[in-house]
Design a protein. Structure first.
Length: 218
């Protein structure tokens, strides 16, 4: 039976979390909101609309949500030609592909942003499918993105492992019934990832690659 390795992208395979934080901070500033960067960082990994709601609350002017999201998208787009892959990200995906895993990306990115992320990873030959938050009714931490990713490759939850850098990833994976692996390269503490459902935590893709024989992906 097929096995799947499901990967978050931002902060897990590509070193973009702090670029997102800076872009969101500027988008909020332009809209007249003073938003601490640490609060934005903790929210990265949520879909744009959910991130805005999480940070501004239910009493915000929701008519401005799309304006904030568009500003963030434009500001972040300045980095598309130089997004940095994390160490050994592509090698990790290719190794898992050679080992017989169906490799699936699950991300809220799409269009030019997703193309830029895939260029940075440079492992298209190892990626079987990509699941976008746009394809489901709810994004992480709801389980739907993970469930959709598994549907794309026809692998049941008990035969899959999710790798991500945020508590939103771990909660989504746990709710979908998959084993969860955390990485610290997105900047979220080990304890937070473990409490959110991570079975094991590694420094980054290079550390996970070196540790594969003893990992949940073995």
């Amino acid at each position: 039976m097929e096995r799947a390795a499901v990967f978050d992208v931002d902060g897990t395979l590509v070193d973009t979390n702090h670029l997102h934080v800076t872009s969101w901070w500027e988008a909020f500033r332009q809209a007249g909101h003073r938003m601490p960067m640490h609060a934005i960082h903790r929210a990265v990994g949520l879909p744009s609309s959910d991130l805005v709601a999480h940070l501004l609350g239910d009493d915000r002017d929701t008519d401005l949500d799309e304006e904030l999201s568009s500003a963030h998208k434009a500001l972040y787009g300045q980095y598309f030609d130089r997004l940095p892959a994390l160490s050994e990200a592509g090698s990790l995906l290719r190794r898992l592909h050679r080992d017989g895993r169906q490799v699936v990306l699950v991300t809220s990115a799409g269009g030019a942003e997703l193309s830029a992320l895939r260029r940075a990873i440079d492992a298209d030959d190892a990626i079987t499918a990509t699941a976008s938050a746009d394809d489901v009714a709810e994004g992480k931490p709801a389980p739907e993105p993970i469930e959709h990713a598994l549907e794309l490759v026809g692998v049941p939850a008990e035969r899959a492992v999710l790798v991500g850098d945020s508590v939103w990833d771990m909660r989504a994976g746990s709710r979908a019934g998959v084993r969860c692996v955390g990485v610290l390269c997105g900047g979220i503490p080990r304890t937070d990832l473990l409490e959110a459902g991570a079975e094991a935590v590694y420094d980054d893709p290079a550390h996970l690659l070196a540790s594969l024989p003893d990992s949940p992906l073995a």
